[in-house]
Design a protein around this ligand. Structure first.
Ligand SMILES: Cc1cc2nc3c(=O)[nH]c(=O)nc-3n(C[C@H](O)[C@H](O)[C@H](O)COP(=O)(O)OP(=O)(O)OC[C@H]3O[C@@H](n4cnc5c(N)ncnc54)[C@H](O)[C@@H]3O)c2cc1C
Ligand SMILES: NC(=O)c1ccc[n+]([C@@H]2O[C@H](COP(=O)([O-])OP(=O)(O)OC[C@H]3O[C@@H](n4cnc5c(N)ncnc54)[C@H](O)[C@@H]3O)[C@@H](O)[C@H]2O)c1
Length: 482
């Protein structure tokens, strides 16, 4: 069996662990590939964040005439060239993926690449740690990092494997844009693709099991977004897909409502987006005695060390979707920086940071969040100690310029200290407008200091954020900036 200094499973954020520190050492990187093309480089690059947002931008342009009409400008979207757009997106992405693979496989002499699914094997209570590939390639290493990511959950219903049924792994590469698309799910992926395909002229029917969309977000944002989505495409709640069958050229989906009625939808294609599961089962984590949460995530301590029987195993780390509660690329990247440090400095390991983790949902409208919801905040500090402000975009100068009617920026703070507890946004550029709040929370700035301790460019849209902060009832420190 080949022996290595470092072994990594997963070429997403795991790929960034191969720093110059390892130049004179031996490294093995295993990755079975992502999506329908088994591409190198993980989810974000090939089937996740990056290609989805490359479709979100043209979708926003396709919707341009709606805003233009509000502002007395007549525009028309005359064509959306799906094939050209798809080929442009993947022309760029596939080249980056191929280049990354070539660099690891051919250009780095000290790195060996295994392009197959691998399974952990042997004793995992202490190094060396070993894996075996499907074709029998075995490798052991002094330190091993599990960065094996997650994959889409599929409901076990008849017809789920029919060719027209997609997940985010395949929908972006389809030959033809569907005229009618049924999207199952009400979370991040479902809402982002509903925004994209509806903008391109596809008739979108979004079906969710629960009442409302993005229900894990703050209730005000979930309610406001659901109302907007219902205007922009068709949304049905409290329905579960129970069967999919071929029907003419397309598919017939059987749905059962929460009160037991059976309905059918005839569509060209189906997108299933009901969550993602960590790939712990694919690597055989339980079989070698590693601790796994009830939701399938590997258990790690604050240093990203994997636990076995409640104890960290020295030299065995995990990061990203396979172990993290927040399945987000910026979280996987932060954990990768921590693991890179800890691999190189086992005598002074550092903890990862999981405070003020933000996320954005690039739907129409866009949403963003950081910190806790109002319900969680009331449970944490008591409802009587909260102050909240919902700033409407439309009540700021740039909001007037946009004739914005729906954008809202909600911020929640502790009225005793001014500590910001959360922010929840729906509207144009939500993912950017929220950044000053992320910064204030990360550096421990109170709401008043964050608002008045800096200039805000007038009359930029960012005044929405400033006004939200200024709308909170928080103490004003005696020497506070004016
Ligand atoms: C459609 C979509 C859109 C998204 N958009 C965003 C966004 O806008 N912003 C954001 O922050 N996050 C987004 N995410 C989430 C983000 O993509 C993930 O959180 C991130 O990519 C996880 O990185 P990772 O390194 O943990 O895993 P991955 O990048 O998934 O890497 C894991 C790799 O391990 C390989 N692997 C797994 N098991 C084995 C095995 N047994 N043997 C060999 N190889 C194996 C996999 O094939 C994969 O290549 C999105 C996700 C999806 C699906
Ligand atoms: N912009 C971003 O940052 C971004 C974008 C896409 C994905 N992601 C990450 O990927 C993760 C997975 O995304 P997702 O949208 O698949 O999951 P999600 O957890 O965001 O949403 C899942 C949705 O499916 C519904 N659901 C669950 N089981 C169901 C069933 N059997 N039938 C019908 N509906 C069901 C849930 O009620 C929920 O609305 C996200 O949680 C996020 O961490 C992030």
């Amino acid at each position: 069996m080949a022996h290595y200094d470092l072994s990594i499973i997963g070429s997403g954020s795991g790929n960034s662990l191969i720093t110059p520190f390892w130049d004179d050492k031996r490294v093995v990187l295993a990755d079975k590939g992502s999506g329908s093309t088994a591409a190198f480089g993980g989810t974000c690059l090939n089937v996740g964040c990056i290609p989805t947002k490359m479709f979100v931008r043209p979708a926003a342009l396709a919707r341009g005439p709606v805003e233009a009409a509000r502002l007395n400008v007549t525009q028309e979207t005359t064509e959306v060239d799906w094939s050209a757009m798809r080929d442009r997106v993947f022309g760029r992405i596939d080249a980056i993926s191929a280049g990354g693979r070539q660099y690891r496989e051919v250009e780095l002499d000290h790195v060996d690449l295994v392009t197959e699914q691998v399974t952990l094997t042997g004793d995992f209570s202490q190094p060396p740690f070993a894996f075996v590939s499907e074709s029998g390639v075995r490798a052991e290493a002094d330190q091993l990092v599990i960065a094996a990511g997650s994959r889409p959950v599929l409901p076990q219903v008849p017809g789920i494997d029919l060719p027209g049924v997609h997940t985010s792994d395949s929908i972006m590469r389809i030959e033809q844009r569907p005229e009618k698309l049924l999207i199952i799910g009400g979370g991040y992926i479902a809402c982002e693709f509903a925004g994209v395909f509806s903008a391109f002229g596809t008739e979108v029917i979004q079906v969710n099991r629960s009442q409302g969309l993005m229900t894990a977000m703050d209730a005000d944002i979930s309610a406001a977004f659901s109302a907007e989505a219902e205007k922009n495409w068709t949304v049905h709640y409290q329905r579960t897909a129970t069967r999919i069958a071929e029907h003419g050229e397309g598919l017939r989906v059987e749905l059962v409502t929460s009160d037991g009625r059976v309905e059918h939808q005839d569509v060209d294609a189906v997108l299933v987006a009901i969550g993602r599961m960590p790939n712990t089962d694919l690597i055989g984590a339980r079989e070698v005695g590693l601790d796994v949460h009830s939701d399938g995530r590997l258990t790690v301590d604050e240093y990203q060390r994997v636990l076995s029987q409640g104890e960290p195993v020295a030299g065995l780390y995990a990061l990203g979707d396979v172990s993290s509660e927040a399945m987000l690329k910026h979280v996987a990247n932060q954990e990768a920086r921590v693991v890179a440090h800890n691999l190189e400095h086992p005598d002074r390991i550092r903890a990862s940071r999981h405070e003020a983790i933000p996320s954005a949902i690039f739907s129409f409208p866009e949403m963003a969040q950081v910190g806790i919801t109002e319900v969680q905040a009331a449970e944490t500090v008591g409802a009587e100690n909260l102050t909240t402000k919902i700033q409407r975009y439309g009540d700021t100068a740039y909001g007037w310029a946009m004739e914005d009617g729906e954008g809202i920026f909600k911020v929640i703070a502790d009225r005793r200290s001014g500590q910001i507890l959360g922010a929840h946004v729906m509207g144009y550029q939500a993912s950017n407008l929220i950044q000053p709040i992320i910064q204030a929370m990360s550096f421990g700035q109170d709401a008043y200091t964050a608002a008045r301790g800096q200039y805000w460019i007038h009359p930029a849209l960012m005044e929405v954020t400033e006004n939200a902060l200024l709308g909170l009832e928080v103490p004003i420190p005696e020497d506070a900036p004016l």
